[in-house]
Design a binder for this molecule. Structure first.
Ligand code: ADP
Ligand code: ZN
Ligand code: MG
Length: 480
C-alpha cells in the first residue's frame, strides 16, 4: 500500500509592536527577566486590558496580504488552563469569532504549484517563558520570565492542503517572507518570533477520508519542520503497516535526536472552557480602517516580481531573487534607475552581490556599497572603461574600503587598455615566451588559443580590452 501525507500548519507570529497587546510594557527581546511587566500582563486582580491599536492594524495587514476576509466584528475569549508561565490562569485569544477567515498562499515545490488555503487568522497574547535547570530532583529548578507574557501574536491556521514535508517547509518559509516583507513580524525564529505547530496524518493513496492526525508542537526552523514532518510521516506509516493505529496526540520535536515524542494524548487534552473576555468589548473593524491599512501596504513580493519581469525584462529567476526582501528590491531599483542598466544591475546583484552578502553574513542594508557607487561601477563596466574581471576586483575593494570606483580605477591604473601599440607589445612578448603553445596552435590545436589569450590578459594585469586583444593576437599568430 502506498501512503500519502496530509499536513496542516498553525503558525504563531509575533507582531512587531513596541508594546504588548493589552498593556504598555515593552516587547523588546533580551531584557533582564521580569523587567518588562506590569499588573496587567502579570494578571493581578483588578487590572484591566486595553487593546493595542497597532497590533490590530498589523494583524489586518497580514490578513489582507494573505487574501483573507476581515471580519467586521471579532471577539476575544478566555482560554483557561493552568501553567506557571500563564499568570492569569487563562490566555486571551480569539476563538469562535476570529479577526479573519479564509484566504490562501500559493507555493511551488519541484515545479508543482499548490494553493494552500487558510482557515483563519486570529489575535492572541503570548504566555511567559519557563526556564528549567538541573537534572536531579535535588537540584531541579524552574524559573519563569514574564517579559513575553502579553506580547501580541497572530495565529495563522492553514487548511490540510499540503502533501509533503517539502511543501510544509516551503509554506512556512513563504509565509515568513511575506510577514517580514510587510514589516509585521521580524522573522527571528531563534528569538521565538515565529513558531509552527505541524498537524500530520497519512492515508492510503486514493482514499478520501483523512487519517488520524498528530500535532507536533513549537517547531522553530524550516529545516526542523521538514525533518519533523519527514520523521512523523515515516513513523505513522510504520505504525499502520505494523497493524497499529495512529493515536491523536500532541508530540514534541527533539532536534538532538531528530525524533518526535509524545507529549500528551487526546484524553489528556485540556478542556479550555472558553468564554468571551468580559473585560474587552468586541473588536469592530470598519471598512475605512481596512482601506487605510491597505493603503499603507507595500506592493507584495509576487506582484513586484511580475513587475520586474515586465518592466525590466528580467528572468523569473532573477526577479525572484531580487524580491526576497523589500530592501533588496529597493536596492535593485535604485541601481537600475541610476545606472540606466537594469539587466546588468539584476545580474550583478543577484549574482556577485548576493554571493558577497552570503559570504559575509550581511543583509543588503549592511552592504557598504550603496546604489550610487554600484551604478558608477556598472557604467564603467558597460562603457568598456574596465573589463569584467577588473570590475569584480574593484567591487571587492569597494566593499573593503568604501572607496569610490572611479578613484580606485584611476589610482590603480585599472582602466581597460585599448591601445593597439601597448597591446601588441604584450602579445609579442607572450608569443615569444610560449613557443610550445604557439607551435601547437599553428599545428591545428585550436584550444591553445584560449591559453594564449589568458596569458595576454595576465600580462596586462587584467586590463586588456578582451575583444581587441583577441583580434590582435589572432593577427599576430597568422602573420609571423
Ligand atoms: P483541532 O480541532 O485538533 O484543533 P482543527 O480541525 O482545528 O483540529 O485543525 C487544526 C489544524 O490541523 C489545521 O491546520 C488543519 O488544517 C489541520 N488538520 C486537521 N485535520 C487534519 C488531518 N487529518 N491531517 C492533517 N492535518 C489536519
Ligand atoms: Zn504589562
Ligand atoms: Mg482547532
Amino acid at each position: 500500500m502506498i501512503f500519502e501525507p496530509v499536513i496542516g500548519l498553525e503558525i504563531h507570529a509575533q507582531l512587531r509592536t513596541r508594546t504588548k497587546i493589552f498593556c504598555g510594557c515593552s516587547t523588546a527581546f533580551g531584557a533582564p527577566p521580569n523587567s518588562q511587566v506590569c499588573p496587567v500582563c502579570l494578571g493581578m486582580p483588578g487590572a484591566l486590558p486595553v487593546l493595542n491599536r497597532q497590533a490590530v492594524d498589523y494583524a489586518i495587514k497580514a490578513a489582507l496580504a494573505l487574501g483573507c476576509d476581515i471580519q467586521a466584528g471579532s471577539i476575544f475569549a478566555r482560554k483557561n488552563y493552568f501553567y506557571p508561565d500563564l499568570p492569569k490562569g487563562y490566555q486571551i485569544s480569539q476563538y469562535e469569532r476570529p479577526l479573519a477567515l479564509r484566504g490562501g498562499l500559493e507555493i511551488t515545490v519541484e515545479g508543482r504549484t499548490t494553493l494552500v488555503g487558510l482557515t483563519r487568522i486570529h489575535m492572541e497574547e503570548d504566555a511567559g517563558k519557563s526556564l528549567h535547570e538541573g537534572f536531579h530532583d535535588s537540584d531541579r529548578r524552574t524559573y519563569v520570565d514574564y517579559n513575553r507574557s502579553g506580547v501580541p501574536l497572530i495565529e495563522i491556521v492553514s487548511e490540510p492542503d499540503m502533501r509533503s514535508a517539502a511543501e510544509g517547509a516551503e509554506f512556512f518559509s513563504r509565509l515568513r517572507d511575506i510577514l517580514v516583507w510587510l514589516g509585521v513580524n521580524d522573522g527571528n525564529m531563534e528569538e521565538g518570533s515565529l513558531r509552527c505547530d505541524a498537524n500530520v496524518s497519512v492515508r492510503p493513496v486514493g482514499q478520501e477520508a483523512f487519517g488520524t492526525k498528530a500535532e507536533v508542537k513549537n517547531v522553530n526552523s524550516f529545516r526542523y519542520l521538514q525533518k519533523a514532518l519527514e520523521y512523523e510521516i515515516e513513523r505513522q506509516i510504520a505504525v499502520i503497516e505494523g497493524g497499529g493505529r495512529v493515536l491523536q496526540e500532541t508530540r514534541l520535536w527533539d532536534s538532538a535526536t531528530d525524533r518526535t515524542h509524545s507529549m500528551r494524548s487526546k484524553e489528556e487534552a485540556h478542556d479550555y472552557r472558553y468564554f468571551p473576555e468580559p473585560d474587552l468589548p468586541p473588536l469592530v473593524v470598519d471598512a475605512a480602517r481596512i482601506e487605510a491599512v491597505r493603503a499603507s501596504m507595500p506592493m507584495l513580493p509576487a506582484e513586484r516580481k511580475q513587475r520586474f519581469v515586465a518592466a525590466y525584462g528580467l528572468s523569473e529567476y532573477d526577479a525572484g531573487v531580487l524580491t526576497q526582501s523589500v530592501e533588496l528590491a529597493d536596492y535593485f531599483e535604485a541601481v537600475a534607475a541610476e545606472s540606466k542598466r537594469a539587466k546588468l544591475a539584476a545580474n550583478t546583484i543577484s549574482g556577485v552581490v548576493m554571493f558577497m552578502l552570503k559570504d559575509r553574513n550581511m543583509t543588503i542594508d549592511e552592504f557598504p556599497v550603496r546604489p550610487p557607487d554600484l551604478s558608477t561601477l556598472l557604467v564603467l563596466l558597460d562603457t568598456n572603461v574596465i573589463s569584467n574581471t577588473v570590475a569584480k576586483d574593484v567591487l571587492g575593494k569597494m566593499v573593503e574600503s568604501g572607496r569610490d570606483p572611479r578613484e580606485i580605477v584611476q589610482t590603480e591604473g585599472l582602466a581597460q587598455n585599448s591601445d593597439e601599440e601597448s597591446l601588441l607589445s604584450i602579445i609579442r612578448r607572450v608569443i615569444a615566451g610560449n613557443g610550445d603553445a604557439v607551435a601547437q596552435y599553428r599545428a591545428g590545436k585550436a584550444q591553445t588559443f584560449g591559453f594564449l589569450v589568458g596569458q595576454v590578459m595576465k600580462g596586462s594585469g587584467g586590463t586588456a580590452n578582451p575583444r581587441l586583444a583577441t583580434e590582435l593576437l589572432k593577427r599576430e599568430l597568422s602573420n609571423t
